[in-house]
Design a protein around this ligand. Structure first.
Ligand SMILES: [Zn+2]
Length: 232
């Protein structure tokens, strides 16, 4: 479906839901699922960390070549309004075994939305990503890491058992640690973005990725696939 048509449909559905349509009710005969589980860091003694890359704005062919070479596992959290015009860029990254996960339709601030609004953002992107990549996501990353109890409920109702935040973040200038000792620890989830050249201030996505990989290796850690450590 063309992106503009899809966005128009999304806005229409959102408007209908906001008007009070009861589309949020659980399926007939089924109890609502437990709220999604929130994860900031994976409890593990394995000397591994996890790489997550968000939004999907930039398309850097060199990054695809690099990840083919390194074979480092990572998870992509894609937003339709940022990645939707070029989903096919992510196909070779997906073909390497890297999962495409849910980062909402419009990168909305979920905590400002009603249950129906949150559900439209989350369930809407579930359907889009399943159509585009042939797999239904199992993880949600709320934009900006902003979530509330409604988010956990809406995520579960959209078929997502886990909401993933992060415990360290890779910025264009280097790694920002979440722990006071300024080191990575087993189970850390690292937030990274498909940064645009403008956001990278003269470096490239590939160069920033190489820097990150070196930092991880220097601390005696390797990168594992997040989905292998979380419920599906
Ligand atoms: Zn984001």
């Amino acid at each position: 479906m063309r992106k503009t048509v899809r966005m128009a449909l999304f806005l229409l559905v959102t408007a209908v839901l906001a008007a009070g349509c009861d589309a949020a009710a659980p399926a007939a005969g089924g109890a609502p699922p437990d709220p999604a589980q929130l994860v900031r860091r994976v409890p593990t003694h394995d000397r591994v960390v996890f790489l997550t890359i968000d939004d999907g704005t930039a398309q850097d062919p060199e990054f695809v070549r690099l990840m083919r070479e390194l074979r480092t596992p990572f998870t992509m959290f894609l937003t339709d309004s940022m990645a939707g015009s070029h989903y096919r860029y992510f196909d070779p990254l997906h073909a390497l075994g890297n999962k495409v996960q849910n980062h909402t339709v419009t990168h909305a601030r979920l905590t400002k939305l009603s249950y129906e609004g949150q559900r439209a953002e989350i369930c809407g992107q579930q359907g889009i990503l399943e159509q585009e990549f042939g797999e239904r996501p199992t993880l949600l990353r709320p934009p900006g890491g902003r979530y509330d109890a409604t988010t956990l409920r809406a995520a579960a109702d959209c078929g997502l058992p886990t909401v993933v935040l992060w415990s360290a973040s890779m910025q264009p200038k280097g790694l920002r640690y979440g722990s006071a000792d300024h080191r990575l620890h087993p189970g850390d989830i690292i937030l990274f973005h498909f940064f645009t050249p403008y956001e990278l201030h003269g470096t490239t996505l590939s160069a920033a990725t190489r820097t990150l990989m070196r930092t991880i290796a220097e601390q005696g850690l390797s990168v594992a696939r997040l989905e292998d450590y979380l419920p599906s």
